[in-house]
Design a protein around this ligand. Structure first.
Ligand SMILES: Cc1ncc(COP(=O)(O)O)c(C=O)c1O
Length: 453
């Protein structure tokens, strides 16, 4: 496995760890070959993250711990192939994602399907591929699943997605009263976990497997997990009393493991330690079950960086504007969530003697540097992380955006006729391979119907 160089960037405000898996010389070489912008993924980091997440739950006293990768975070086939080697589970939410895993021949036993739409046609395709673990989020979804099971002739192991309706402190919240995702534990008419579980036990074409919840993404206060597990415990007690053969086989506690962007965040181990006792308490009350950790962001974010080039600057009395050849069309969360990716300048070592390139090594000592993208759009600015060091942000130099592996490639969009940049992977043997070709203006023209008479 490649040895990652963990670079400690010390600045006045904070000390943080950045996963720097490539040297400045290599960056200069890659840019020469592929241009900018450019994404780079480190295969070794992907494997390490799986281990780190799994190890965080080693004190779980239930049956076993399964790591599931939520492929919505990054569905690049080479990344999926890397995770196949780790024998993890894949969490899918759409027929498009099903197409990808089918192409990659992923074992259906290693798939969990969680849909928002829950249509009959969708469930027919899911079951036809042999996927048994299906998460339902509504009573209508359950009816569709049952019908699909009868048509396909496969009995699914049904998980019920609950909305614990607990407060969550996170960048993205998925649990709130009357929310879109999952069903409340009780109440409602048919759309409650209580009613859905009872219906599953009445249906010979359905088998009850367990519960699922997902509280949010980039969670930094983990009390919400304790609150959700306590609420689930009361539901389990109620169901045990009313259903003689009730047993919990799998509990999926969703994603949310945070990643370092601006502030240091707790490690998965520190996160798990907050609610592991509560999980083990559930085991002691309700018997051994499989614990599933369904992570997207944590598994892929730190594996990737984006290289962009500074193409223009403007200096005013109290600040400097730095314009890049990238934009929010390649890092949408920068605009949606004001994501503060850590940034660093790498000097351009080429011999190009353009007038401005002679200033590449000049340090800017002023305080205010504003990073702006290439799009003609007010929101196309990049917030800087506390650890970003932009003092050499001069025309021709490169800016690295770290920890961009999650929710970035999957959001790439052609706003302003922009093309998709290439994606490279540094493999475990240290070689670099192209894992997604960049697109051209001609590709975009054809895709947009330019050749239709
Ligand atoms: C159902 C479900 N599970 C898991 C995840 C992954 O969350 P994260 O990327 O925060 O780990 C998501 C993200 O939206 C989700 O909707």
């Amino acid at each position: 496995m490649v040895e990652n160089v963990v670079q400690i960037i010390q600045n006045k405000k904070t000390l943080s760890r950045i996963n720097r898996f490539i040297t400045n010389e290599e960056i200069n070489q890659l840019v020469e070959e592929y241009g900018t912008p450019l994404y780079l993924v480190d295969e070794g980091t992907l494997h390490e993250k799986v281990l780190e997440l799994k190890n965080a739950y080693e004190k779980f006293q239930g049956r076993d711990v399964r790591i599931a990768y939520s492929i919505k975070a990054n569905f690049n086939p080479s990344i999926l192939k890397t995770f196949i080697k780790d024998n993890i589970t894949f969490d899918l939410t759409s027929l498009g994602e099903l197409f990808f895993v089918r192409e990659l021949k992923i074992n259906p036993d290693n798939i969990i399907y969680t849909s928002v739409t829950e249509e009959l046609e969708e469930y027919k395709q899911v079951l036809s591929y042999g996927i048994k673990r299906v998460v339902v989020s509504s009573y209508f979804g359950l009816i569709n699943l049952s019908q699909a099971a009868n048509i396909v002739g496969l009995i699914p192991k049904v998980m019920v997605r609950i909305n614990p309706e607990v407060g969550v402190k996170a960048e993205v919240r998925a649990s709130y009263k009357n929310g879109k995702f999952g069903v409340p534990l009780n109440g409602g008419k048919v759309d409650s976990a209580y009613y859905i579980v009872k219906s599953i036990f009445r249906d010979p074409m359905l088998e009850f497997e367990g519960f699922h919840f997902h509280l949010g993404s980039q969670i930094t206060n983990f009390v919400c997990y304790i609150n959700a597990l306590e609420r689930l415990n009361s539901l389990l007690n109620k169901l045990k009393k009313e259903i003689s053969n009730f047993s919990l086989r799998t509990l999926d506690i969703g994603g949310g493991t945070p990643v370092f962007y601006n502030e240091p965040v707790p490690t998965p181990q520190e996160m798990a330690s907050v609610y592991l006792d509560k999980l083990n308490e559930l085991v002691s009350y309700h018997g051994k079950f499989t614990l599933m950790i369904e992570s997207g962001r944590f598994l892929v974010a730190e594996s990737s960086l984006m290289i962009s080039k500074i193409v223009n600057t403007k200096e005013y009395s109290d600040h400097k504007i730095v314009i890049l050849d990238t934009g929010y069309h390649l890092l949408l969360d920068a605009a949606l969530l004001k994501q503060e990716y850590p940034q660093e300048v790498v000097l351009n070592k080429s011999n190009n003697n353009h007038l401005y390139l002679s200033d590449r090594n000049k340090q800017y000592t002023g305080k205010n540097i504003h990073l702006a993208g290439r799009l003609c759009d007010t929101f196309d600015v990049f917030h800087t992380s506390k650890v970003s060091d932009l003092s050499y942000a001069n025309i021709g130099n490169y800016i690295l955006f770290y920890n961009v592996g999650a929710y970035s490639l999957v959001f790439n969009m052609p706003f302003h006729c922009q093309t998709k940049p290439p994606v490279l992977m540094k493999t475990c043997d240290g070689s670099i391979k192209l894992i997604r070709k960049g697109t051209s203006f001609n590709d975009l023209y054809i895709e947009e119907g330019g050749l239709i008479p």
